[in-house]
Ligand binder design. Sequence first.
Ligand code: IMP
Length: 202
Amino acid sequence: MPSDDKPLWLLTGNSNKFREASSILAPFGITIRHLKRSKVEVQDPRLENIARFGLKTALENHQGPLLVEDSGIFIKALSGFPGPYSSFVYETIGLRGILDMLRRHSDRRAYFQCTVAFGSSGLDAHLFTGKVAGKISRRVVGIKGFGYDPIFIPDGSTKTFGQTSSTFKNSHSHRAKAFQKFAKWYSSGSTYALKSGWVREP
Ligand code: IMP
């Protein structure tokens, strides 16, 4: 019988990420609860390691099952910068600082990555990664979404994520791809998922 004894939590201090993940998982019949605090971030060039470490430390105080994610934007002309430093760069030089750095660059290619780590105390983490390719706009455009959305134009679109609906972003984004992979894996009835003790909420 479904029960809420072992709900699934997403640890994030960012309510936008929680809202997006909830919408992406809903069509799979997966409900998540918000564990509203920031993850402990290790400095590492790979988002996979940051998400894995964030999950491991979170599980010291929370039994799980738990999801922790890390995301970033990687800009080709800047050799992948800001990547794992996306949060710091956003809070310091911001979107205008990024546009300034790219002023003389015609190669505007970039991608977003999101890596989700899923686990429960006593079990190793399972990781799911999603990427979306696109380019950096010349100006800050749009008021939707959050973070770098107003300067990122996904391939196949002429608009930034800041100009598109949440429905569009939640079916094309790096976060959509990562959480959909997780949902498909979980729904396929993996024994690991069962061992995590997570019971779907009614
Ligand atoms: P973190 O995963 O919380 O470390 O976030 C890294 C940085 O990337 C933050 O500044 C976020 O605002 C930004 N970011 C993460 N996901 C997205 C997204 O979906 N759109 C735009 N910016 C994002």
